[in-house]
Structure formats: structure tokens, C-alpha cells
Design a protein around this ligand. Structure first.
Ligand code: IPD
Ligand code: CA
Ligand code: CA
Length: 302
């Protein structure tokens, strides 16, 4: 980290302490990964491990010490001081399925919302700080509103790619209500219209990758505030855009997220609109159609 970058980070209000907490949490995740953990099921294929629970407890303790007045809303059940002005959305381990299988693609995500007095419980405040830490690559993504976004202390920016056709994008699939998800259609259509679609298994890291310019876009159905709070702010501060699928302001509970480098955003919203209306879809051969043409090709070749 250069001296000026280090100075910029220490001048921030919440990031220095939050990134220290995320680093400690990430170190615990690395230890758990090395030791191996048993997997339990929260739902159908919705996994949870002792690492998720232990690390959420650790983060809850550390946030309580660092910011005793702040509320905490964690994936593994922490609900503290939710009537206070500031609220942390905590995902202690985003990418549990990867983690449980030993795949080194997961992170810690901490997003801070400021909620003015009198705000209705179903209204969003303002995201003011976010930290996402990838403990396997030692990559710390951080941002505070109005202060830019940093990767390991250096300013980061979204990519300058202007069109979807030259973009690499990412998505994820829900582990609950899998049969209700139409996302495979979107996966196919985006695959045909871009350099490719990655499905790496950690929504928070996917958002961080849009913020630092590795991906041009990301979308997912059915995410939760602990998955997205930090990543939304990172992308906005890095010059990108995050909305719902119709291009409207994203809400923490909107459960649909469309993120981009801003330049391709209208194109992505247009594609969602076309697809929801059943327009311009590229036909996919069914396995049976493919098998028939394969058999026909083999017969013709003899
Ligand atoms: C999951 C990951 C995954 C996404 C799922 C999330 P978890 O979070 O972010 O990439 O596709 O929708 O639930 O359960 O590993 O914290
Ligand atoms: Ca998550
Ligand atoms: Ca999680």
C-alpha cells in the first residue's frame, strides 16, 4: 500500500475498524477451511457450517466493541439495536457452498446503513460504508460514501467497456426455491450476448469484482441485504450503477439486483425488459432435439 493510499484509508470514519474486523473474521475462516468443517442443512441445499455461526459471533462482538451504538443485522440471526441510527448488515461467510466443498471463493461482507430518526422499518436509509474481504487472496475492498472505493488501499474503478458484447458478466442461483427460478434463461441469453457469464458462488465477491472492473455486470434474483449492502456502495463509489431489473433504485429488500459499470446498464435493463416480455429470445435446442440432430449427423457421416 502506498503512503498516500494508507493515509486515505486511515482518514475514513468506519472503514479502518471495519476492515480490521473483516480481516480477523477472514483469518478465522481460513483456519476453519484448513481444519475442515461439518456441513448442516438450513434448507433443501442451503448449507451452513460452524464457521458461519462462529464468525458471525466474532463480528458481532467486535462491531459491538468498535461501534457500541450501532445496530447489527446478520445472516445467522444476529438482531441488535435495530432502532439505532446506524445498522451493519453482516454476512460472515458469503459463499458457504464453496467453503463447504473447499473451493477458495468466499468472503466476509459488512455494509453500514445510516437510518435517520423516524424512518419507517420498510424504508431504506443511506449506505455509508462497506467492506468486503477475500481472505484467500488477501483482497480488501472498502468504501465510504463520497470518498471513492478502494482495493487494498488503492482507488478502484469500474471497467470502461461500453457494450455487453465485449463484457464478462456474472450471476448466481438461489439455494432456496430453486424450482421457481427463471435464471437459467437469463444465463443462456447473457452467455450468447457477452464474453461469458461466471457463476462463482459468492454474490458479495461478484459485486466487488464489478466495482474493481473485473466484471462489467452482475445480476441475481432473491438476494438478501447482507449479500448486497456493502457491494452496492462499493460499485456506486467506483463509478458503477446498481438498480433493480427495471432500472429503478435498488432497495435493500428488493431481492433483485442488477449491477454494472454504468456504461452497459441501459443495455442490460433493455435485455431484462425484452426477456420478461418474451421478446428476442434465442431458441435453445432441447436435449432431445440435440440428440436427434447428433444421430442424424452420425448417420450422414457413415
Ligand atoms: C449465497 C452466495 C451465492 C448466491 C446465493 C447466496 P451464502 O450466500 O452469495 O453466490 O448465489 O444466492 O445465498 O449463503 O453463501 O452466504
Ligand atoms: Ca450470502
Ligand atoms: Ca452467508
Amino acid at each position: 500500500m502506498s503512503d498516500s493510499a494508507a493515509k486515505a484509508e486511515t482518514e475514513l470514519t468506519w472503514v479502518p475498524k471495519a476492515s480490521g474486523i473483516a480481516r480477523e473474521a477472514g483469518a478465522r475462516l481460513r483456519e476453519f477451511l484448513a481444519a475442515g468443517v461439518e456441513t448442516e442443512y438450513k434448507g433443501d441445499v442451503d448449507l451452513v457450517t460452524v464457521a458461519d455461526r462462529t464468525v458471525e459471533k466474532l463480528i458481532k462482538t467486535r462491531l459491538g466493541e468498535a461501534f457500541p451504538d450501532h445496530g447489527i443485522y446478520g445472516e445467522e440471526g444476529t438482531r441488535e439495536r435495530l432502532d439505532h441510527e446506524f445498522r451493519w448488515y453482516v454476512d460472515p461467510l458469503d459463499g458457504t457452498t464453496n467453503f463447504a466443498h473447499g473451493v477458495p471463493q468466499f468472503c466476509v461482507s459488512l455494509g453500514l446503513e445510516q437510518r435517520p430518526a423516524g424512518l419507517a422499518p420498510d424504508q431504506d436509509g443511506t449506505l455509508v460504508a462497506g467492506v468486503i474481504y477475500d481472505p484467500m487472496r488477501d483482497e480488501m475492498y472498502s468504501a465510504e460514501r463520497g470518498r471513492g472505493a478502494l482495493l487494498n488501499g488503492k482507488l478502484m474503478h469500474v471497467s470502461a467497456t461500453p457494450v455487453l458484447a465485449e463484457s464478462l458478466v456474472a450471476t448466481g442461483f438461489p439455494s432456496r426455491k430453486r424450482h421457481d427460478s427463471p435464471n437459467i434463461h437469463f444465463y443462456q441469453e447473457f452467455t450468447l450476448r457477452s464474453h461469458g457469464v461466471r457463476r462463482a458462488g459468492s454474490a458479495a465477491l461478484d459485486l466487488a469484482y464489478v466495482a474493481c472492473g473485473r466484471y462489467e455486470g452482475f445480476w441475481e434474483f432473491h438476494l438478501n441485504p447482507w449479500d448486497t449492502a456493502a457491494g452496492i456502495l462499493l460499485i456506486e463509489e467506483a463509478g458503477g450503477r446498481v438498480t433493480d431489473f427495471a432500472g429503478n433504485k435498488v432497495r435493500l429488500d428488493s431481492r433483485e439486483v442488477l449491477a454494472s459499470n454504468r456504461l452497459i446498464h441501459n443495455e442490460l435493463v433493455g435485455l431484462f425488459s425484452d426477456m420478461f416480455a418474451g421478446r428476442n429470445l434465442s431458441p435453445i435446442p432441447t436435449p432431445a432435439e440435440f440428440a436427434a440432430s447428433r444421430t442424424a449427423r452420425a448417420a450422414a457421416a457413415q
